[in-house]
Design a protein. Structure first.
Length: 748
């Protein structure tokens, strides 16, 4: 019997509404939900193709154990968990809590149970070895918020629905659909700005899909900081800033004025390649337009001073009068009573506080409890107290997403225990001792806590599973609970929590992701406050009576800033010494042997490394290629489709080239997430992007440094944009070995 079930997509941040067609407990088809109040019948190709991933014959559906010959054999859950628990206890007994670590990838964020249970386990365990995709993506947003607001999770988002002048820096929302911002149908939202007489300006080294539809302002990669400093210079120098208002909102204005005085537009124009008068016009427009905002994401995060750049985005909005104002850059609101007190309480935990712990290798800060993933391999191979000896990897493929994947691949083989929780065999868990099958998003229910304050229109939606788990797949939180039981006697806090879990389960009141989510729904905006608000929302009421979701407020609410700040004076801090010290890192890195600059690229039919196995997303002969400006190609004798070598100071890769004037001259863009090398179990991903070099594409992160000295100092993030490179025709007569990811000792 066929039935249609209302649910929503959990691949990326818009969380678009979906209708699942189910027959005999099998997911047949997915289509956009026309009745969803926000996405209104929109979904991207990735969301529509996800039924192929759920039903993929390459999925891991049973526990697997590494065999002596390097392959895998199917075993029972009981056997797997019994052996894993024994080995985990042995590592704990030999190396203590610091011998155990966890890496979770981007999909973990889209599962409340996965995120909360993993965070609880690692926090109570007290291990410093917690890593995530955040140090290749978003951690400097949290670090910048720590310094500005004293609250790492305070993240302003543009008021898309009411803004009239929006500057987008280093973001491509037409493809990403928003990042650190949940705004389904964002293309329509951006077009609406123009329709009401406003402007959208896209600052980017590439004429992205977003830039093609609006005003494009090219910029030299990794010079966003200079542009932002120059905007502030103009605002103060021309008397545009309301200093009385700023002083009421923020501390450190005099220091800020002295700093930006050195960055006149005329002084940064050559470095940024943005004309001085264009900078002045942008600064004036940001101040004089009643509803204006500047917004940046990945392109502004992955440079050498990403935390400084992220902080400056907020500071520009504040100085221009656009922070926490209607039509500006605003803060979401869960509407939970005592929110500020709760945040202050969380900051007592070392894992929540910036640099509450620092990494053993590189002395880098933890951000929201996670250490820089770029040093993970060195933490495994560097002897001494605190050496990482057992690693759990959930929903992640760091061999393809972390710099110097070859280093990490080698380090994983030296662990005492490696366990992967995933839906696929991939390049990382090829090194695992055990692979445990996890559910997909349509095999579990959810209410996504991390994104509730990022909706540009306040919104609530919850879902039940639309099908039962395929095979023997289990939700990650249930496995975490098993691990807590394994070391409960060795860790008092974990032992107490596990005992409480066992007791509550016997009473039929086990603490589950649904119970946690229900608590948040009830006490937040629109909730029933445990019966005090008649007709208010609960988790079950969302699922059963409002499956398409509920808009709980028409707009974001201004006046949130002081409620979120945890600094004692309740003002934004503009002169944190740690932030100001980053100004010393603004000098350009020049090497005449590496004259080009590398940037990343997000593809509409890819989500990092894990969606290259779906036939719908591989149609048309997907090719992994570097994008290059015609002038740069002509100077090097490179033609369309030629195979080229891309070299940095840290490594080299080989792949085809696409010549396009969408690139700014001197800049090369390469999509991330490729480099499938046959070691994983996904058939199509290994065969995708076939060229004379082989299949699977090239791993761009082979060009990126994992040296602690090269990481961004305040968030430990990898420097993945503006990286000096050179491109040349591939010498097909040379034996380059593994051409998809070969090591290089230098560029000489």
């Amino acid at each position: 019997m066929r039935e249609e079930k209302v649910t929503y997509c959990r691949i990326c941040e818009p969380l678009c509404g979906m209708i699942a067609t189910v027959e005999d407990d099998r997911l047949i088809e997915l289509r956009p939900d026309k009745q969803h109040p926000l996405s209104k019948g929109f979904a991207c190709p990735k969301g529509i193709a996800f039924a192929e991933i759920v039903n993929d014959p390459d999925r891991v559906l049973h526990p697997l154990r590494k065999t002596a010959d390097g392959g895998f054999e199917q075993i029972s859950w009981e056997t797997a968990l019994t052996e894993i628990r024994a080995k985990l206890r042995a590592v704990y007994d030999r190396h203590g809590k610091s011998g155990i670590g966890w890496y979770f990838g981007n999909p973990a964020t889209f599962s409340t149970g996965h995120t909360m249970w993993t965070a609880t386990f690692t926090t109570l365990l007290g291990t410093p070895h917690v890593y995530s995709a955040g140090s290749q993506d978003v951690n400097n947003r949290f670090a910048a918020s720590h310094f500005l607001y004293g609250n790492p999770v305070a993240a302003p988002i543009p008021d898309i629905n009411r803004v009239d002048y929006l500057v987008i820096m280093g973001a491509n929302p037409i493809v990403s659909h928003g990042s650190v911002m949940s705004s389904p149908r964002i293309r329509d939202g951006l077009k609406a700005i123009e329709a009401r007489g406003g402007r959208v300006v896209v600052v980017d080294p590439r004429r992205t899909e977003t830039a093609r539809e609006f005003e494009w302002l090219p910029i030299v990669p990794d010079t966003d900081t200079l542009l932002l400093l120059a905007l502030l210079h103009v605002m103060f120098d021309e008397g545009l800033a309301d200093e009385h208002r700023i002083t009421k909102q923020a501390s450190g204005i005099e220091t800020l004025k002295r700093v930006v005085a050195r960055f006149a537009p005329e002084d940064v124009a050559d470095r940024t390649d943005v004309p001085a008068e264009t900078i002045r016009d942008m600064a004036r427009t940001l101040v004089t337009t009643e509803r204006a905002a500047i917004y940046g994401r990945i392109g502004t995060s992955l440079g050498r001073t990403g935390t400084l750049t992220t902080a400056l985005l907020d500071i520009v909005n504040l100085v221009a009068g656009n922070l926490d104002t209607v039509g500006g850059s605003m803060f979401g609101d869960l509407g939970v009573p005592g929110e500020r007190l709760g945040i202050s309480a969380l900051q007592r935990f070392p894992g929540f506080t910036w640099a509450g712990r620092r990494s053993r290798v590189g002395d880098l800060p933890q951000v929201l409890g996670t250490a820089p993933a770029s040093v993970m391999a060195k933490e495994m191979t560097t002897p001494g107290t605190g050496q990482l000896r057992a690693l759990f990897v959930s929903a992640g493929n760091p061999v393809l997403s972390v710099p110097n994947g070859a280093e990490l691949s080698s380090a994983l083989d030296g662990l005492d225990l490696m366990v992967s929780l995933d839906i696929y065999r991939n390049e990382t868990n090829a090194h695992a001792d055990y692979i445990l099958p996890a559910t997909t998003m349509y095999e579990r229910g959810d209410f996504l806590l991390p994104f509730q304050m990022l909706f540009t229109t306040p919104f609530r939606q919850a879902t039940d599973p639309v099908i039962s788990p395929r095979g023997e797949a289990r939700e990650e939180w249930t496995v975490v609970t098993e691990l807590m039981g394994a070391i409960g006697r060795r860790s008092p806090l974990i032992g107490a929590l596990h005992a409480l879990d066992v007791a509550s389960a016997k009473l039929g009141a086990r603490w589950t992701p649904e119970r946690l989510s229900d608590l948040v729904v009830r006490i937040s905006q629109g909730g029933n406050r445990f019966g005090l608000r008649r007709g208010g929302l609960t988790y079950r009421r969302l699922v059963e009576e409002n499956p398409h979701g509920v808009i709980v407020a028409d707009h974001l609410t201004p006046g949130r800033l002081r409620k979120l700040i945890t600094h004692r004076d309740r003002r934004v801090c503009l002169d944190a010494p740690e932030i100001l010290a980053e100004l010393d890192r603004l000098e350009p890195v020049e090497d005449p042997r590496l004259p080009l600059r590398l940037i990343g690229l997000r593809e509409i039919r890819s989500e990092n490394s894990w969606q290259h196995n779906a036939p719908l997303l591989l149609r048309g002969g997907r090719r992994h290629a570097a994008r290059m400006h015609p002038d740069d190609a002509r100077q090097r004798g490179i033609g369309e489709g030629d195979l080229v070598t891309v070299r940095s100071a840290y490594g080299q890769i080989e792949l085809p080239v696409t010549i396009t004037d969408e690139m700014k001259a001197g800049v090369v863009a390469i999509p991330h997430g490729w480099g499938h090398n046959g070691s994983g179990g996904w058939t199509r991903a290994n065969a995708a992007a076939a060229t004379d070099l082989g299949s699977g594409g090239a791993n761009v992160n082979a060009l990126i440094s994992s040296d602690p000295e090269d990481l961004e100092r305040l968030a430990g993030m990898a420097n993945m944009t503006g990286v000096p490179i050179e491109v040349s025709l591939l010498d097909t007569g040379a034996d380059t070995g593994d051409r998809s990811e070969s090591a290089a000792s230098g560029v000489g």
